[in-house]
Design a protein around this ligand. Structure first.
Ligand code: ADP
Length: 491
């Protein structure tokens, strides 16, 4: 029997501790599944101010208090707290690296009011990366694999191959770096390099467009790279548009880059067992989905009419998600036979845009401009369709949740959206969603129009809903692929 692999999973956000987007969903669910498949996994994230004692008590780890973590010309102190994530049959150990000055703030990355990034985000994540390596040594736990996720953790592979390269403790440790979103690279002005305390010869490897770039370090130094769909793995190697200037590195490291499509946590996202929604349902009780629609519309202050399809959107309100195109089409959409609800937070310009539109179309359009996990479940359960006009989408999770909840996705055919949604052919009752190629208002409108038209034929529509609900996007298949990547590195 193959030996158990010891994995430390590093992420800047982990459900249910801290979340701004899909990274947290993945970091909460993937380690569990890897654990269920027989490996030992522990998780580590920063202890943000928003993490109090939930979901289970945080305990100080007595031995791991006051660890010295050098950053620039200072030595900062790190304290480790421990907790767990409980699954049905699992209890995954979670470590939270604490430094009050750096992390005890209400937001994860940005000021809550101004929405501006914290000025010391470089120091915060240098501290985290270096702190992880110092903490493991103090603890005496030698993982076989350190699985890093996105730019916040990207310096770990760089440290291991430079400052720690002769350290016996890490002799056998390999790194995997997963790209969840290549556009967020952790780039900082030149003086940041000195704060990393990395040797001068590394500076070039960490420099991109005249700035220090953490992501680039991860891409160059990790033993294996993965990203969250096969299609995105191709896109980021092929073009400047998707590669954000790092495409040549990815092309060179092609043999070490694996596309592994995300799964969904069916203990959280399953309409048959979802405790957050008003009426549970499955493929045999689709009428209960209509009850969810009624309840959702009442909550959002919109009238119910069974003949009018309701489109849902749940998203970070960021340029990536295509809200510029949606903004251009909003008036035309509002002329169609549909209603629209949006749940999201993000850029101010989109808050303003949607606030205005909600006033202009009070019976057709409603918004909730906040982060609200419960409402997200209600929208998945109560909407007929789900719109994702993304310019790019590494994987996307909401289209997967939508499929599971019989909420037919309408998506721009990019990255994981293209990979996980099958084009509907109404005459055959085949497919799971509506896709369009170019992110142009005309194409978006045509796709929505096709969906609204298909909705008129309810028996066929229900067939399309069931096609999606019957798809299997559980984590097991993906987690097995990650374990294979680990094994390859260790063999
Ligand atoms: P990304 O990671 O780019 O933000 P994904 O589709 O991969 O996009 O994942 C987004 C996750 O964040 C989903 O779980 C979604 O439900 C959740 N989410 C996004 N915005 C909100 C919000 N305002 N309220 C509640 N959940 C949200």
């Amino acid at each position: 029997m193959a030996r158990t692999i010891q994995v430390l999973f590093l992420s800047s956000e982990v459900e249910p501790f801290a979340k701004t987007g899909g990274l947290a969903d993945v970091s909460g669910a993937l380690p569990h599944t890897i654990y269920n498949l027989g490996q030992e996994v522990r998780i580590m994230l920063p202890r943000y101010g928003s993490i109090k004692n939930s979901p289970s008590r945080l305990h100080d780890m007595i031995r791991l208090q006051g660890i010295d973590i050098p950053v620039g010309d200072k030595v900062l102190k790190g304290n480790v707290k421990s907790s767990f994530i409980l699954g049905t049959f699992t209890k995954v150990q979670v470590y939270l690296l604490d430094n009050h000055d750096l992390f005890a703030r209400p937001g994860l990355y940005v000021h809550q009011e101004t929405k501006k990034a914290y000025a010391d985000n470089d120091v915060r994540y240098i501290f985290f990366c270096r702190g992880v390596l110092e903490m493991l040594k103090k603890m005496g736990w030698q993982p076989d694999i350190i699985h890093c996720n996105d730019w916040h953790t990207a310096l770990v592979p760089v440290y291991l191959k430079t400052l720690y390269k002769d350290d016996k403790f890490y002799k056998k440790t390999k790194t995997v770096f997963t790209i969840h979103n290549l556009a967020y690279q952790g780039d900082f002005p030149k003086p940041t390099f000195a704060k990393t305390l990395l040797p001068a010869e590394v500076e070039e490897d960490l420099t991109h467009n005249g700035k220090v770039n953490f992501m680039k370090g991860g891409l160059l130094y990790a033993d294996a790279l993965t990203t969250v769909s096969a299609r995105y793995a191709e896109e980021i190697r092929a073009t400047e548009e998707f590669g954000y200037g790092l495409q040549d590195i990815l092309q060179k490291r092609k043999s070490k880059l694996f596309g592994i499509t995300n799964g969904i946590d069916v203990t959280v996202w399953n309409p048959a067992t979802d405790e957050l929604i008003p009426h549970k349902f499955d493929t045999k009780s689709l009428d209960s989905k209509v009850e969810n629609k009624k309840t959702l519309l009442a909550r959002m202050g919109l009238p119910f009419n069974p003949k009018v399809p309701l489109i849902g959107i749940i998203s970070r309100l960021a340029d990536q998600k295509g809200f510029d195109i949606l903004g251009e089409t909003l008036d035309a959409l509002m002329k169609m036979n549909l209603q629209l609800v949006i749940l999201g937070v993000g850029e101010k310009k989109y808050h303003t845009l949607f606030e205005k539109a909600a006033k202009k179309y009070p019976t057709k359009f409603a918004i909730a401009l906040r982060f609200d996990a419960e409402l997200a479940h209600w929208i998945e359960a109560g909407s007929d369709m789900f719109l994702m006009p993304s310019h790019y989408e590494p994987c996307g999770l909401n289209q997967l949740y939508s499929l599971k909840y019989g909420t037919v996705p309408i998506v721009r055919a990019t990255g994981g959206l293209d990979e996980t949604v099958d084009q509907v052919v109404p005459s055959k009752g085949s497919g799971t969603g509506f896709k369009y190629e170019k992110n142009e208002p005309r194409e978006l409108l045509a796709a929505v129009h096709a969906a609204v038209k298909a909705f008129e034929d309810q028996p066929t529509w229900r067939k399309i809903m069931k096609n999606g609900m019957n798809k299997d996007f559980s984590w097991e298949a993906s987690a097995t692929k990650y374990i294979n990547v680990y094994r390859k590195l260790l063999s």
